[in-house]
Design a protein around this ligand. Structure first.
Ligand code: PLP
Length: 342
């Protein structure tokens, strides 16, 4: 119930739905449900950033900023959602779109997320190279450009993650799950989520730690750099605990052992699917009509499937797969799906 301590602009359709993946559960012999944050917003296909940006946008407005400035890859879902939030609130947006993925296709920078970002009037800056959670010069330059034009920029880091308020959205998500569990008379002992810039998993860890129930939160790394992801998640967990405490909230009992990250499904690189990613995206689409993308959810669904098959997620688990969005990127990856592989 973080609204007691922080301002929040409602941007999403929450609570997002939870439903059982009946056919996938039957195939894998494990009870699997999906939490659909991919359908939780009316803002340009939404996704996990909407939940985070409810808190950052409120802060931007409170501080009198008129332009959201952020950074991501060429097919970034995040910069598309920042642009959507800015458009819906009557703000400007500048987004630095870097080459994070070595996906060679002449339409990669023309369709999917980047097309939607353009459609919403976003100011795109095509500059920079390589995925990293560190602060980039190009992002600072974009902020300076806004200032020079007389605007007041609000800085949103990659994934809205490394920001004092970045973990709030998914910390509050834990309350939403608890409320839905109560209604459903159900307990999800295992949560599976994609993880990259870290505030989705970190927020969940902190939010669920507050509930003091025995729950496993498995982050499937999509950055293909477990060390960087682990560091990011840990930092955001600590920051979120501190931010909540500093604003008058409770002290949440977080410890490092709560962070579980599985790096086995992100290869060969950020933004590049492997054969299993593609096979599983197609399999789940044919089984459940649930669409996942080659950058994030295709990798997390692969992790879920493989861990159920290997017994790393046991047969008696009650699993909640958190779908964080990202489907608009499938257009840019059409080549990967030319031959059905299931
Ligand atoms: N899933 C999708 C669709 C995303 O766009 C992102 C963003 O990076 C993630 C998962 C990972 O979330 P986070 O960056 O908060 O770790």
């Amino acid at each position: 119930h973080l609204e007691k301590y922080f301002p929040r602009v409602p941007l999403g359709f929450f609570p997002s739905p939870i439903h059982k993946l009946h056919r996938l559960s039957k195939e894998l012999g494990v009870n699997i449900w999906a939490k659909r944050d991919d359908v939780s917003s009316g803002l340009a296909y939404g996704g996990n950033k909407v939940r985070k940006l409810e808190w950052l946008a409120a802060d931007a407005i409170r501080k009198g900023c008129d332009t959201l400035v952020s950074i991501g890859g060429v097919q970034s879902n995040h910069t598309r959602q920042v642009t959507a939030v800015a458009a819906s609130l009557g703000l400007q947006s500048y987004t630095v779109q870097e080459t994070w993925a070595e996906w060679k296709d002449p339409i990669y920078d023309k369709v999917g997320n980047i097309l939607l970002t353009k459609l919403m009037g976003g100011n795109l800056i095509m500059d920079g190279y390589g995925y990293s959670t560190s602060i980039k010069k190009s992002w600072e330059n974009a902020m300076e450009a806004v200032r020079r034009k007389g605007g007041i920029p609000y800085a949103i880091p990659a994934g809205a993650s490394d920001h004092p308020l970045g973990g709030l959205g998914y910390a509050n998500f834990a309350d939403e799950i608890a409320m839905q569990e109560k209604k459903m008379n159900h307990f999800f002992d295992t949560i599976v989520t994609a993880t990259c810039t870290g505030s989705t998993q970190a927020g969940m860890i902190v939010g669920f730690a507050h509930q003091k129930k025995n729950r496993r939160i498995i982050g499937i790394d999509t950055a293909d750099n477990k060390e960087m992801t682990q560091k990011a998640v840990s930092k955001i967990c600590h920051n979120t605990v501190k931010t909540i405490k500093d604003h008058g909230g409770v002290v949440i009992p977080f410890s490092e052992e709560m962070i579980e990250i599985n790096e086995n499904y992100s290869y060969p690189a950020y933004g590049i699917p492997n054969e299993e990613t593609i096979k599983n995206i197609q399999w789940v689409a044919t089984l459940e009509a649930m669409l996942t993308d080659p950058v994030y959810e295709g990798k997390s669904i692969s992790g879920l499937i493989s861990m159920c098959r290997s017994g790393e997620i046991p047969k008696n688990a009650t699993v909640l797969y958190v779908h964080l969005g990202g489907t608009p990127a499938v257009n840019a990856y059409y080549k990967a799906f030319e031959t059905p592989s299931y």
